[in-house]
Design a binder for this molecule. Structure first.
Ligand SMILES: NC(=O)c1ccc[n+]([C@@H]2O[C@H](COP(=O)([O-])OP(=O)(O)OC[C@H]3O[C@@H](n4cnc5c(N)ncnc54)[C@H](O)[C@@H]3O)[C@@H](O)[C@H]2O)c1
Length: 299
């Protein structure tokens, strides 16, 4: 797409994802399945290959479970460009960042993207806890930055939380809302505040479950059963923590505790012990449960 071809609020045709870890891979799947030309950017060929394996593994799992056909997998993957250069994101109408949860890294990325992308391109952050307003301030296009928090696993979860930085323009917010809907998601608008809505509830609850485990109230399996069958949650807390990753849970909890000063956000000691042991969840083959191979999306 060229700047002169820009047609305002129309549907997005080409979108980029920076970072192909747990979330970036999931978001890339969502974009490709929604029919968009999708550019996946990682920092090295090795990480890119890892992301690609994860994405292909998700589609293969879907085929095994009868949710999609091999042809649908091929069609979706044909729409994906795999890149390591930042310049390859130049002609995207939207770029979603799903890189490390680090404000300086995200600000630096948006600053660099500002130099290569069209002025009309909007920059979307998938941050769980960081200030979208601070990211916008470092981007040189603050009115075209917006927070869009996909829930994990992104290909399966319906909700995205859209949060506007203080600087986000009405037009950008409207375009981001339309983009979320184009992806088949339900969009809720939240304030740019630590944890938005979902993690404001979820993180303390998860920490309560971990503390219950530490105190011997039940086993991992028993607590998960109670959460699913007694509270009606679709996944047990420990199943979900294994999908999210214990390292990510630690970062998100610590960041929310630092911002909000409420004890329930602080990660319980077991979280760090598991990280020290390498029990990160599905991505390392063992978390609260054991997995065969390194599955991320539940394949
Ligand atoms: N894991 C979750 O459950 C979850 C849920 C919602 C949102 N988030 C947010 O999504 C973001 C990513 O989290 P994750 O769990 O996928 O992390 P992750 O560690 O699995 O993946 C991050 C990836 O970003 C890559 N990366 C780093 N700098 C980059 C750059 N400049 N350009 C391109 N790639 C780069 C890394 O190589 C890595 O592969 C974070 O902001 C996190 O808070 C995570």
């Amino acid at each position: 797409m060229r700047a002169e071809d820009w047609d305002g609020m129309a549907t997005v045709r080409r979108a980029g994802v920076a970072g192909a870890g747990t979330m970036g891979s999931g978001i890339a799947i969502v974009l490709a399945r929604a029919g968009l030309e999708t550019v996946v950017r990682e920092v090295s060929p090795e990480r890119l290959a890892e992301g690609r394996r994860r994405i292909e593994g998700f589609f293969d799992g879907g085929i095994r479970r009868g949710k999609l056909t091999p042809e649908q997998k091929d069609e979706a993957l044909d729409r994906v460009d795999w890149v390591t250069g930042l310049g390859d994101l130049a002609d995207c109408e939207v770029v979603v960042e799903a890189i490390w949860e680090n404000l300086d890294a995200k600000k630096a990325l948006f600053g660099e993207l500002n130099d290569v992308c069209f002025p009309e391109t909007i920059f979307v952050s998938n941050t769980s806890t960081l200030s979208v307003t601070a990211m916008a301030a470092g981007s040189d296009r603050p009115d075209r930055v917006v927070g869009m928090h996909f829930c994990n696993p992104a290909p399966l979860m319906k909700l995205v939380e859209l949060s506007r930085a203080l600087q986000t323009s009405d037009e950008t917010f409207a375009r981001a809302t339309a983009f979320g809907e184009q992806l088949g998601k339900v969009v809720v608008s939240t304030k740019d505040t630590p944890g938005f809505v979902v993690n404001r509830f979820l993180i303390p609850f998860e920490n309560d479950c971990i503390r219950a485990l530490e105190a011997g109230l039940g086993t991992v399996e028993e607590i998960d059963k109670a959460v699913k069958l007694g509270l009606g949650y679709p996944m047990g807390t420990f199943e979900l923590l294994d999908v999210v990753g214990l390292d990510i849970h630690y970062e998100v909890s610590t960041s929310l505790f630092r911002e909000l000063h409420e004890r329930r956000f602080a990660p319980p000691p077991l979280v760090m012990k598991m990280i020290e042991a390498g029990y990160l969840g599905r991505k390392s083959g063992r978390g609260f449960y054991r997995y065969e191979g390194q599955a991320v999306f539940g394949a």
